[in-house]
Design a protein around this ligand. Structure first.
Ligand code: CAA
Length: 258
């Protein structure tokens, strides 16, 4: 498929989606969200893809939902069309691991989309924030919930109520991003991480992602029960047999499903 607002590429078993609306700092207009969903559908259906990188430009991962597109919408417009839920949650519902490689601004919906990904790798110039309050709205794509789970109440309240930005160092200190790299190394690092993930067994990777995500949805007892079931199910796969045999035989595993 061809897309107007994103670029799509692949590097071995890694799918790469680059948000590409430079004139609007990758503001997430409806058409871009549709493109993003289409690309994720394609990569998800492709057995040759084991992990996905979502990135933007050096200046902006994404500066939020498109304010110009949104500004004249009424309550009835956004309510009846279920604005934000529709389309946006596609990133969170992706079963394959998605790595956000963030340089520059990740604000509002941009920060929320990054948080829908599984791992955030930040360039030194990355800036995160939920500035919606300055526009007379609140975050609408999960910011109040995912930020609070990721950073805790104190930091989430600080960001959501003041609308201020935090830099990459602060984002790493409070656990939002998993690592910071020099801007020129961002894609190299993201590709190394995504390539490593994509070299594992795909079904086992899906088990692992689903199990970690379960921690946000259930009690500890339920989460542990779920993990145990997935752990047991891993023993039904050829890749468990191959992974453990390879260890015993001191050779690299040749997973069948990857
Ligand atoms: N929507 C639409 N257009 C945007 C945009 C957005 N979110 N962010 C930037 N742009 C546009 C600007 O209007 C400008 O376009 P023109 O050249 O046509 O005027 C262009 O991108 C470049 O932006 P700036 O000139 O403002 O660049 P800057 O470097 O001076 O400032 C910035 C950068 C601080 C990120 C500033 O652009 C900004 O504050 N953007 C808005 C950030 C924001 O409020 N995001 C939250 C949106 S609401 C939301 O996301 C709701 C939700 O929960 C989903």
């Amino acid at each position: 498929m061809t897309y107007e607002n994103i670029l799509v590429a692949r590097d071995g078993r890694v799918g790469i989606i680059t948000l590409n609306r430079p004139k609007a700092l990758n503001a997430l207009c409806d058409a871009l969200i549709d493109d993003l969903g289409g690309a994720l559908d394609e990569f998800e259906a492709d057995e040759g893809i084991g992990a996905i990188i979502l990135t933007g430009s050096e200046k902006a991962f994404a500066a939020g939902a498109d304010i110009k597109e949104m500004k004249d919408r009424s309550f009835m417009d956004v309510y009846l069309s279920d604005f934000i839920t529709k389309g946006w949650e596609r990133v969170a519902s992706c079963r394959k691991p998605v790595i956000a490689a963030v340089a520059g601004f990740a604000l509002g919906g941009g920060c929320e989309v990054a948080m829908m990904c599984d791992i955030i790798i930040a360039a030194e110039n990355a800036k995160f924030g939920q500035p919606e309050i300055t526009l007379g709205i609140i975050p609408g794509a999960g910011g109040t919930q995912r930020l609070t789970r990721a950073l805790g109440k104190a930091k989430a309240m600080d960001l959501v109520l003041t609308g201020r930005m935090m830099d990459a160092a602060e984002a790493e200190r409070c656990g939002l991003v998993s690592r910071i790299v020099p801007a020129e190394k961002l894609m190299e690092e993201a590709l190394a991480v995504a390539g490593k993930i994509a070299s594992m067994s795909l079904p086992i990777t899906l088990f692992a992602k689903e199990s970690v995500n379960r921690a946000f949805e259930t009690s500890l007892a339920e989460g542990l029960r779920f993990e145990r079931r997935m752990f047991h199910a891993a023993f039904a796969t050829e890749d468990q047999s191959e992974g453990m045999s390879a260890f015993a035989e001191k050779r690299p595993a040749q997973f069948k499903h990857r």
